[in-house]
Design a protein around this ligand. Structure first.
Ligand SMILES: *Cc1c(COP(=O)(O)O)cnc(C)c1O
Length: 227
């Protein structure tokens, strides 16, 4: 198992690098977030031993147990799952990043509950680019107001956007939805928000996401195996 996780990580890193080169981007301009949801502390330890430092989690309580068990390691923890109001304190106290901000109330609670002895919580706003009706994420037309409000919260630092597009039928559709996210990101930057993180791309759409300007891709299965 140990060798396998290291091998998988090397493979995904090589794929990211190839996608960067194909898109005329600097290798190293795209970070890999290893999504370790459902996997135990040992799998994370193995990935860390292979050089991985940033880990993504969806389920808050499961993540908090893991973060606590691995306290001795210099890891960076990213919350990428939906957050209920009654879970904001756990998130504020344990994570370094949150990608899944989709309403102001959650952001306000995270800011209020972020402990003083920790750095500001680094956050992205989840945007529903392709308009899936039942999906979480703020609608594109509501994004500018939410971004300005989140950027003003004292204990949060707004870093960018996250998207989770529906599986696309064609490569062209996949590129189009990522290009839309990139355009929203650039529009916010033009409004003066100093954003540097576009969290988009998973195993299936990694190449398209990188071609369209992703700065962080989130990969689970290709590193840890099938859940
Ligand atoms: C689970 C998950 C991933 C990783 O998905 P894999 O198919 O395991 O690579 C990425 N982003 C989010 C938001 C997820 O929930």
């Amino acid at each position: 198992m140990n060798a396998l996780i290291a091998e998988n990580l090397a493979h995904v890193q090589a794929q990211i690098e190839a996608a960067c080169l194909a898109a005329g981007r600097t290798p190293g301009s795209v970070r890999l977030l290893a999504v370790s949801k459902t996997w135990g502390p040992d799998a994370v330890r193995q990935a860390h031993a292979a050089g991985q430092t940033a880990f993504g989690e969806n389920y808050i309580q499961e993540a908090v147990d893991k973060i606590t068990a691995l306290r001795g390691l210099p890891l960076e923890w990213h919350c990428i799952g939906p957050i209920q109001s009654n879970k904001t304190r756990l998130v504020a106290e344990h994570f370094d990043w949150v990608h899944s901000i989709d309403r102001l109330k959650i952001a306000q609670r995270l800011s209020e509950q972020r402990p003083e002895n920790l750095a500001p919580l680094q956050v992205c706003i989840q945007v529903n680019v392709d308009g899936g009706a039942t999906k979480s994420g703020v609608a594109p037309q509501d994004l500018p107001a939410l971004a300005q409000a989140v950027a003003a919260l004292p204990r949060l630092q707004l870093r960018g956007l996250m998207t989770i597009p529906e599986p696309a039928e064609t490569a062209a559709q996949m590129h189009a939805v990522h290009a839309q996210a990139k355009a929203l990101f650039e529009a916010l930057r033009r409004q003066g928000l100093p954003l540097d993180t576009l969290s988009m791309g998973m195993s299936a759409d990694l190449d398209a996401a990188i071609a369209e300007g992703s700065t962080l891709v989130r990969v689970g299965t290709a590193i840890f195996g099938k859940r």
